[in-house]
Design a protein around this ligand. Structure first.
Ligand code: HEM
Ligand code: HEM
Length: 183
């Protein structure tokens, strides 16, 4: 089923909330584990971070096939434009976050694991036995991207949530309801 002005398809709703929940949780866990140096959380963060790519890519394909949702009712042009920009930032951010994480860990020589299942082996220096980066530039770029994305995505998510509530509480329209499946 395609999305309509009244009702969103199950696919849109399930993918939106699955990716939204994962993003918010991974941003919270990522920030917490880095600030407090809780290394036990790293493999959990990375495993979920890698797995969520499946839902993220399905969602991108679904958006390309289905188009973007049409605004509900009469919304100011400038707000429509703001929503569009924020939606693009959010969807691109959901793709770049896991990719930059994998660049940081994979190219950094730490390997890629999903709950212990090896996707890319760790690279150790045969002499020192320490982790050796496969490509330092790529790993550094991944690290920088991951850090920048954190700020960009926190800002975009905040604007997005404010927008959703403005529709719900000020315009009192169907925008939030149709994403909750109660269109
Ligand atoms: C949707 C997916 C992801 C989100 C939203 C996310 C989010 C974050 C955030 C917000 C931080 C804290 C950054 C900071 O404080 O500067 C972080 C740290 C980190 N993330 Fe992710 N991440 C994701 C996926 C991944 C993946 C797939 C990997 C690796 C396979 C990964 C590896 C790391 C590592 C190693 C750190 C700590 C960096 C450090 O200690 O300096 N992340 N992540
Ligand atoms: C509590 C948090 C959230 C609420 C209340 C919320 C609410 C909504 C609503 C009501 C829409 C429909 C907009 C319309 O009809 O034009 C929407 C669309 C969208 N949301 Fe969220 N959202 C939340 C979190 C997130 C997060 C964390 C992300 C991504 C990181 C995200 C990404 C998107 C995108 C890309 C769209 C465009 C439509 C689509 O691709 O399905 N949202 N959101």
């Amino acid at each position: 089923m395609k999305d309509t002005e009244q009702k969103f398809s199950k696919t849109t709703i399930v993918l939106h909330w699955l990716v939204a929940l994962a993003m918010i949780s991974l941003i919270a866990v990522g920030t917490y584990m880095e600030q407090t140096e809780t290394y036990a959380l790293y493999p959990i963060h990375k495993s979920f971070g890698i797995l969520i790519i499946i839902a993220v890519l399905l969602r991108v394909v679904w958006r390309m096939l289905n188009g973007w949702p049409k605004p509900v009712g009469a919304v100011k042009k400038v707000e429509q434009l703001a929503a569009k920009v924020v939606h693009w930032v959010l969807i691109i951010g959901t793709v770049l976050f896991p990719i930059s994480g994998m660049m940081m860990s994979g190219a950094g020589g730490r390997g890629l694991y999903v709950f212990g299942v090896e996707l890319l082996a760790k690279n150790t220096d045969p002499v020192t036995g320490k982790v050796a980066p496969l490509n330092e530039t790529l790993a550094g770029l991944g690290y920088e991207m991951h850090g920048i994305l954190m700020w960009v995505m926190i800002a975009a998510i905040a604007l997005h949530i404010i927008g959703a509530y403005k529709h719900h509480l000020v315009y009192k329209d169907n925008t939030l309801k149709r994403m909750l499946g109660r269109g």
